[in-house]
Each structure stands twice: as C-alpha cells, then as structure tokens.
Design a protein around this ligand. Sequence first.
Ligand code: FES
Length: 318
Amino acid sequence: MPDITVGQRRWPVAMGTNLLDALNAQGLNVPYSCRAGSCHACLVHCLRGEPRDNQPEALEAGKRAEGWRLACQCQVVDDLCVAVFDPATDGLPAHVEACDWLSPDVLRLRLQPSRPLRYHAGQHMVLWTESGVARPYSLASLPQEDRFLEFHIDCRQPGAFVDIAKGLKAGAALRLGELRGGALRYDPGWQDSALWLLAAGTGLAPLYGILREALRQGHSGEIRLVHLAREQAQHYLASELKALAVHHPSVRIELVLPEAFSHALAALRPSSRQVHALVCGSPTSVEAYSKRLFLAGVPRNQVLADVFTGRETGVFHS
Ligand code: FES
C-alpha cells in the first residue's frame, strides 16, 4: 500500500486510489469542479514520488516539470509527498474593482490583479476567496481593451463560492489561481470564414471576449452569435451585443428563448464548409448545438466546445 504525505500527515491508501479522492477523504478539501482535466481547480504539487497521470497533456509541460499535477487525473501507485495549492502563497493577489448585477441571476465581477496578466480571450481561471473557497470561471474580458479581469457569475444555484460572491464589495480581496488555456480561442487564420458563437447562459462570457477579439483582429467573414437564455431578462448582455452589431454590420445577434431554440438550431445552416463554431454552456445545450452542427455538416475539427458543469461540490480549501 503506498503512503501519501501532506505536511505532518502521512497515511496509507489502496494502490490505484484517485489522488483527489485520497486527499479529500483526509479532509484536505482540495477544490475541484470538472473532474475531467479541464478546469485545473484540483492542482496539487507533487514534491516526491510520481502518481500515474491519466491525462498528462492536460497540464502544460513547464508546470508538470515543476511537479504540479491535476489530482483528479492521478492515481496513487507509489509513495507520494504532496503540497496542496495554497492560495496565500501560490495565488496572485487581486481585489474587486466592481461588482454589479447584469441580470437577476448574473453577477459581473471585475478584478484588478496585483500585476498585469498575460491571457487571451476564452481562457479560464480559478478564483479563490479569502476564506479559501475556489471555483473556476471563464474570462469575459479582453486584455488589449480592458484594464480589469471580468467574470460573469451565474448565481441561480446556491453554492459556496456564489454565496460569497454575492456579498463582495469593491476593494474586497481575492486570490487568482491557475490560468487555464480553455477550449475556446480565436485563430487569426479564420478571418475570412464564418464564425458562429453559440452560447447558453453564462457560457456567453468567454464568447463575448472572443467576439471582441475577432473584431479587434479585423475578422471579415460573417459572425453569428446565438445566446440561449431561460427568459428575456437573462439575455444579460443584450444591449452590449446589439451595440456591437450596430457598429459591425457583419455581426448578427440572435437572442433565443427555450421555446424558440429548436427553430434557432434548425436555422444553423452553413453556406459553405468555411465555418468555425465555438460552443459554450451547460452540457445539455452544448450537446444540442453540437448535434445540430454535426447534422449541418460542419466538420468536427471546426467546432470548439467548452462545457460548464455548474458543479461546485467540494470547492473548499481549509
Ligand atoms: S481539472 Fe481536476 S477537477 Fe477540473
């Protein structure tokens, strides 16, 4: 039986135990969200020993070389000495610049990091509260245009992070964790293609950044942005999107409610194979969009999708 050591604690675990489960079973409260190697909330530092990593490519080589691992993707097959991510020492300090409601359910959080960050539209990042609650969120801001980091927090369901976020005020301190590549990005090679941005709920956040990035880069093909929301009031960026469309005639905005969703899906018909589609939202909505894109003949390698799990279980750090 291999042993795990964290600080002063040492305990044996069954061979092949999932590292995240082993750490949390001991009350270490390592945060997690996707359990799929995507959000990077479960990052831990392996100081000695090597776990079996089922998805090494999920973490960039430099970070792996430093000993960081995604606990959800690792199995314990040897003695391990692990340090869990400590936002106080490993995270970047930031403070809330503004916090306001974009709709009855969507909170906009604008953060000022203690030093400028290099990132691109579509990436996501783990946010840590002062009390040690963590959750990954997509960036809605654009580094070249915004001097803050912007996140759209879906507050419909209660949760440890959401409950704290609702009470945040300007000046409040937060810590920034891992900045993650994310599945979504804008490629300058797409400039003449049609670009479809298909969102549901706060899946709009990264696509809003990507829409602005495409325009900043002078995208010349048509851009179609579809936003599915549960009700009219939840089309939380309606005025910003419409203002963009006024200034950019190539941009078409479709704000869709559930009763019109099948109609909107059926209308997704590419005029040529030169279309790139970026999809973001809940698992059900991403599946519905992806199925339609497949039926419409959009090649699989021209579709990028990011699924929001909405899961916040276990995102605590003591
Ligand atoms: S990457 Fe491990 S929980 Fe998301």
